[in-house]
Design a protein. Structure first.
Length: 243
């Protein structure tokens, strides 16, 4: 390096969109993230708010192995400027997210936002709030209130009724300092199918994870009836935007 030359490293926030599932519960011939919602594949509805969010500078998409080439050809139609990489997923969600994490740049990545590829109704504001909370606290996740009465059951008998005021449904995105999430992933069995929540991995390290209250509209589309609900939600949102 020449004397007096200053090297400036720009830190960025990266979204890992986990969309490598095959969607067996949807009982279709196509992976659920490619099913259409109002004429557009679900995955593009999901990517849109991250593309529009100023708090996110780069997107890494994790897809089923073999889907990347077809996706890149289709992605050009939707002008995804922030889409940096498409990587093949693994056999479990944890392995897929880890592969996305390996595709990030260690020197420049500050916050990693992990989001489910079939949660198309997250908002730009929600993404921004969770990213900012993670910057301040190290780890933050989006949550929604629990509206049903929840029972703890043991051997077929109700053991307790839980206080809904202390309960939240975990949503995504879940955001973490890059080094913290890497440390969490280095200590797990990536092939464990029970590891479906990134916050849990960080909690196991004894680290604090703060919450950001989000909307229950941020549903995960996993079953045929979810697609019907999603169509109704999208129509409602579009009607409200027109009015």
């Amino acid at each position: 390096m020449s004397p007096g030359l200053l090297l400036v490293i720009f830190h960025m926030n990266v979204a890992i969109i986990a969309a490598a599932g095959q969607g067996a519960r949807m009982r279709g011939t196509r992976a659920k993230q490619f099913l259409e919602l109002a004429g557009t594949p679900i995955i593009f509805h999901t990517l849109k708010p991250f593309e529009e969010c100023d708090a996110i500078q780069e997107i890494i998409l994790v897809l089923p192995a073999g889907e990347a080439t077809d996706f890149l050809a289709l992605a050009n139609k939707y002008a995804l400027r922030k889409l940096a990489k498409v990587v093949p997923g693994g056999t479990t969600r944890a392995e897929s997210v880890f592969r996305g994490l390996q595709a990030t740049r260690y020197a420049t990545t500050e916050i990693v936002a992990v989001h489910d590829g079939v949660r198309p109704f997250v908002t730009v504001a929600e993404i921004s709030e969770v990213v900012e909370a993670a910057k301040l606290n190290g780890a933050a996740i989006l949550v929604a209130p629990v509206t049903d009465t929840v029972k703890r059951v043991r051997e077929g008998v109700i053991a307790a009724t839980l206080d809904r005021g202390e309960l939240r449904n975990a949503l995504t995105p879940q955001c973490f300092h890059h080094s913290l999430l890497r440390r969490a992933y280095e200590q797990i069995d990536l092939l464990d199918p029970q590891l479906t929540d990134d916050s849990l991995l960080v909690e196991r390290l004894g680290e604090k994870v703060v919450i950001v209250e989000g909307s229950a509209r941020n549903i995960k589309i996993t079953r045929p009836q979810d697609l019907v609900i999603a169509e109704a939600l999208l129509k409602e949102i579009r009607d409200r935007q027109k009015s």
